[in-house]
Write a protein that binds this ligand. Structure first.
Ligand SMILES: NC(=O)c1ccc[n+]([C@@H]2O[C@H](COP(=O)([O-])OP(=O)(O)OC[C@H]3O[C@@H](n4cnc5c(N)ncnc54)[C@H](O)[C@@H]3O)[C@@H](O)[C@H]2O)c1
Ligand SMILES: [Zn+2]
Ligand SMILES: [Zn+2]
Length: 391
């Protein structure tokens, strides 16, 4: 089959590879009808996340048709079913899965022993991601093997298009969880850094969860325009002071809730001196992440407020003002998304027409175009916000 394969930093190719096969009774094989490129894939593209290996198949946002099931799937999934695949692989039986903490499933990471050493305790297996999370082949491919397929799926009805439901596997629940972690009150100002696909979903989610106002921050004009269309007030951080605007918009008190939808690759810009220092430290391997947004959020957040972090961090971040955060009594909530905790409710909201997540798609093309589309998405060429590939 054809698949997008990681060969090294900024080197992803569309290669011919072997078709996946059932390896375990709970596996299923899915023929991928649609897949997408995520901001998390860019961190792998730039080789910021450790433990990728040449030959790894990329992709963790995918859906398709079940073409084969193992003997242990026990009728919970059958040939011909149309499913979206959550990016977090879940056993459904461990203590964490039972609590709905799916992204920290204790059993789905086949490299658990390495993860236990590196993280202290393992987290879930993820598709198309680092070997610290199992190194499972991803879904930017014609076919994908789904481990624990009897629990790792979201069934979707035929009346909805791929584009409407594809994002149930990652960015929609990710934006939703980012807002839910804020426990939004009707009096809250929610500030969201980053208007990429995750930021866009967080904006819509915060509106649906009843925020008084949502303020979105970025510098890319078409992303700010899309944020406005979703109901947000916008700030272009290259043109105005984020801290001053946020204070103005919140009666001088700062936003109660702050969401980081950017993560470790905050833009490096001369107007933000700390980002230049972070970049230099990254090059010298003295720091893995560029946490400019965390610093800004801690500074501007209202005391007793909440900082919600869906943005991915890889390792070590310097100069996080913990004293400021502690004295202000801030609450931090973060994590990879517990996709299946939210997916039933979000599917219902799509069916009811409360939201159509396909609004974020700007580019649809073939799998062969994938390597080029990584660059187009990364560089925001051609007003690119979200790419869907059709294998
Ligand atoms: N927690 C999860 O489960 C989960 C799931 C999906 C994605 N993610 C993460 O979410 C983050 C966003 O993903 P995405 O697909 O939207 O990526 P993206 O790269 O398209 O979006 C990031 C946006 O942040 C903007 N930005 C950069 N620096 C900024 C700054 N200082 N201030 C304001 N805006 C700034 C960029 O212009 C861009 O629009 C990534 O870190 C990704 O890995 C996490
Ligand atoms: Zn993702
Ligand atoms: Zn589990």
């Amino acid at each position: 089959m054809r698949a997008l394969v990681w060969h090294g930093k900024e080197d992803i190719r569309c290669d011919r590879v072997s078709d996946p096969e059932i390896q375990h009774p709970r596996d299923a094989i899915v023929k991928v009808t649609s897949c997408a490129i995520c901001g998390s894939d860019l961190h792998l593209f730039h080789n910021f996340i450790p433990a990728m290996l040449p030959g790894d198949i990329m992709g963790h946002e995918m859906m398709g048709e079940v073409v084969e099931v193992g003997s242990g799937v026990n009728g919970r999934l059958k040939k011909g079913d149309r499913i979206v695949i959550p990016f977090t692989i879940i056993c459904g039986e461990c203590d964490q899965c039972k609590r709905g903490n799916f992204s920290v499933c204790e059993r789905s990471n086949r490299n658990k022993r390495i993860a236990d050493k590196v993280f202290g305790h393992t987290t879930a297996g993820l598709f198309g991601y680092t070997h610290l999370t199992g190194g499972y082949p991803g879904g930017q491919a014609e076919y994908v093997r789904v481990p624990f397929a009897d629990t790792t799926h979201i069934k979707v009805p035929d009346i909805l298009t791929d584009e409407q439901v594809l994002f149930l596997g990652d960015i929609f629940p990710t934006g939703w969880q980012a807002a839910a972690q804020c426990e939004i009150e009707p009096t809250d100002t929610v500030a969201i850094w980053g208007c990429g696909p995750v930021g866009q979903m967080a904006i819509r989610s915060a509106m649906l969860q009843g925020a008084k106002q949502v303020v979105a921050i970025d510098r890319v004009p078409e992303r700010l325009t899309m944020a406005e269309a979703g109901g947000a007030i916008t700030i272009d951080f290259e043109k105005e002071s984020v801290v001053e605007r946020l204070n103005d918009l919140s009666g001088g008190k700062g936003p109660e809730k702050c969401i980081d939808a950017i993560g470790l690759e905050s833009h490096v810009s001369l107007s933000q001196a700390d980002t230049v220092l972070d970049r230099a430290k990254q090059i010298m391997m003295l720091e893995s992440d560029r946490p400019h947004v965390l610093r800004e959020m801690i500074y501007v957040c209202r005391p007793a407020g909440t900082i919600s972090i869906p943005g991915v961090y890889a390792g070590l971040s310097d100069k996080i003002p913990m004293g400021m955060a502690m004295n202000k009594g801030l609450t931090f909530r973060m994590g990879q998304t517990h996709v299946n905790r939210w997916s039933d409710d979000l599917l219902r909201r799509i069916e009811e027409g409360q939201i159509d997540p396909s609004f974020v798609i700007t580019h649809k093309t073939s799998l062969e175009e994938g390597p080029e589309m990584y660059k187009v998405f990364r560089d925001k060429q051609d007003s690119c916000i979200k790419v869907v590939l059709k294998p």
